[in-house]
Design a protein around this ligand. Structure first.
Ligand SMILES: [Zn+2]
Length: 388
């Protein structure tokens, strides 16, 4: 069915701008999906306070439209002649159903209501790209979109959306997701396997607590595997080829994060594992070297072995209030993933000693939890290590 001719009168000009714009962009060989419409909507409705949403969710870009696909392939619907995924057609129809409810009557469909329905089901490409596939992220996104884009509020938005996506009644059409599997669905299934892992990765990186991170990795240990690292590496190359520098940078950060995590739990990738290196020197063989970086409001001290490079680093930020904020790190030797007990005890004692000295001099010190096992970014600033 040509949705554009049938439903055009039901949408506001802004919502039509998003639908027409998405239908006219990108390759005609690829069906228009929920994320295509969402991306166009972000441009058409640029005056809306999207930043409030991006404070909590991933801001999608054009590279995501290839990476995230709707779960249901096209089943005969189109917009301006371009095939529309089954998932996206459901969202477009749900937006009309949501606006057409007796109270409040919101027809024609405003842009914000269309946005709400594009993420109205957790399986849409738009929901996945934003990282809102599971609770509590999903409820939070629905709330934020209502506040910032709809300027309205339903107390029971999830059940209202359910009714709009699958209207109750004897003549209700079945869900497009219930169709018998065919070749196309099988291909989509393969993509979904990778997609599920990407979703898990996104969720892992957003996880606020070590407990949550650990639980996700227990659930999806594949995230730490070499094939998954290869998937990320390939995505980085693709993003670079598409000149999507922001996307490539974000992927590199994600890859580095997982790499650090593998090191921390002592499960490096085979290629990254020490080959001929012995790691930390014998306890009498270390040659300690030190370096200090002094900038206005910032002092960083690093001490490491000049041979194996095991050591510690302590960053001190001086707040305008006079308070000192201290972060310290104990990092392993080159090629090693573990730190010996002697070095750990020595490093922690040295850092704690300098914090005590700061306090004895009358300073107020706010300390963070020590970071053990990761090489701190600020170590790059130290270039002039000399024997201590
Ligand atoms: Zn050493």
């Amino acid at each position: 069915m040509d949705l554009s001719s049938q439903l055009r009168p039901s949408f506001t000009a802004k919502a039509l701008g998003a639908l027409d714009g998405a239908a006219g962009m990108g390759s005609r060989d690829r069906p228009m999906g929920t994320l295509d419409v969402f991306l166009t909507l972000m441009r058409v409705d640029a005056a809306a306070d999207w930043q409030r949403i991006w404070l909590n969710f991933s801001e999608p870009d054009a590279s995501d439209a290839v990476r995230y696909r709707d779960s249901s392939p096209p089943n005969g619907d189109s917009w301006n002649g371009r095939p529309v995924t089954g998932t996206c057609a459901r969202a477009i129809r749900a937006a009309v159903a949501l606006a057409d409810r007796p109270a409040p009557d919101l027809l024609p469909v405003p842009a914000g209501l269309l946005a709400l329905c594009l993420v109205g089901e957790p399986t849409t490409a738009a929901s996945r790209a934003l990282g809102a596939t599971s609770e509590p992220a999903r409820s939070m996104l629905l709330e934020l979109i209502q506040e910032t884009l709809v300027n309205g509020h339903w107390d029971d938005i999830e059940s209202v959306l359910e009714d709009c996506f699958d209207p109750p009644g004897p003549d209700a059409p079945g869900s497009a997701d219930d169709e018998d599997p065919d070749v196309r669905a099988y291909v989509a299934y393969q993509a979904d396997q990778i997609q599920a892992l990407m979703d898990a990765l996104n969720e892992f990186l957003r996880a606020g607590t070590p407990d949550r991170s650990g639980a996700l990795l227990e659930q999806h240990p594949e995230l730490l595997s070499a094939p998954f690292d290869a998937i990320i590496a390939k995505s980085i190359t693709e993003a670079e080829q598409a000149r999507d520098h922001a996307g490539a940078r974000r992927l590199r950060e994600r890859r580095l994060f997982l790499e650090n995590y593998r090191q921390l739990i002592d499960q490096p990738l085979p290629a990254a594992a020490p080959v001929a290196r012995a790691g930390e020197c014998g306890r009498r063989d270390h040659v300690l070297t030190g370096s200090i970086v002094n900038e206005p409001g910032y002092t960083s001290v690093a001490v490491r072995c000049g041979r194996c490079h095991v050591g510690y680093l302590s960053d001190v930020w001086w707040e305008p209030s006079g308070e000192a904020r201290v972060d310290y790190y104990v990092f392993p030797a080159d090629g090693a993933t573990t730190i010996t007990r002697e070095i750990m005890t020595w490093a922690i004692a040295a850092c704690e000693q300098s914090i005590t000295e700061l306090e004895q001099m009358g300073g107020r010190v706010q300390r963070s939890t020590p970071t053990i096992g990761m090489r701190p970014e600020s170590l790059r600033r130290h270039t002039d290590f000399t024997p201590v």
